[in-house]
Ligand binder design. Structure first.
Ligand code: AMP
Length: 179
């Protein structure tokens, strides 16, 4: 992305200190979404990047990954699949647990979400707003593989590089903003 456009996207993200708990610098992307210039620049940039990837689906992580993923899927003319927190999907699911600071969480996907009519493996791009420790997206990429699809890349709007989350993912990682 051109430096000037990247700056517009960066400047549109609001930082809220100590949310949801002391010490966390929360990246609030609602101010990117309601900035029509920044949102358009971002989705145009991702459309340009991924149009040659031969994707079949975009998988977005609950919940902010849905917003970017659905917009991008529509621009690319591919399907969108939600990867949800446990207990939200109505049909048969496959689930993956991942560790949090205290305890664990779980993400799920519908077992038939990445079907292709010709029976070949679907190419899937995983997307979320932010890569922190990588636990959530590593679990999500395992899910994609477990239901028989090919996770070609993980895409994030922001990557907190000091947490080294990219090391947890065994797929290529692309982040628009690296901090
Ligand atoms: P992780 O599994 O540690 O990579 O955490 C990633 C998930 O937590 C993403 O879905 C983010 O939306 C959220 N998250 C973690 N840290 C932050 C932060 N500093 N600001 C906003 N969202 C965050």
């Amino acid at each position: 992305m051109e430096t000037e456009n990247l700056q517009i996207v960066k400047d549109s993200i609001r930082v809220i200190p100590d949310f949801p708990k002391p010490g966390i610098m929360f990246k609030d992307i609602t101010t990117l979404l309601n900035n029509k210039e920044a949102f358009k620049i971002l989705i145009s940039h991702l459309t340009k990047r991924y149009k040659s990837y031969n994707l079949d689906y975009i998988a977005g992580i609950d919940a902010r990954g849905f917003i970017f993923g659905a917009a991008l899927a529509s621009h690319l003319g591919v399907g969108f699949v939600p990867i949800r927190k446990k207990g939200k999907l109505p049909y048969t699911t496959v689930s993956e647990k991942y560790s949090l600071e205290y305890g664990f969480d779980e993400v799920e996907v519908h077992i038939d979400a990445f079907k292709k009519e010709d029976g070949t493996k679907a190419n899937v791009l995983l997307i979320d707003d932010l890569l922190a420790t990588g636990g959530t997206s590593a679990a999500a990429s395992r899910l994609i593989e477990r239901v028989g699809a090919n996770c070609v890349e993980s895409c994030f709007i922001i990557e907190l590089t000091f947490l080294e989350g990219a090391k947890k993912l065994n797929v290529p990682v692309y982040s628009v903003i690296k901090e």
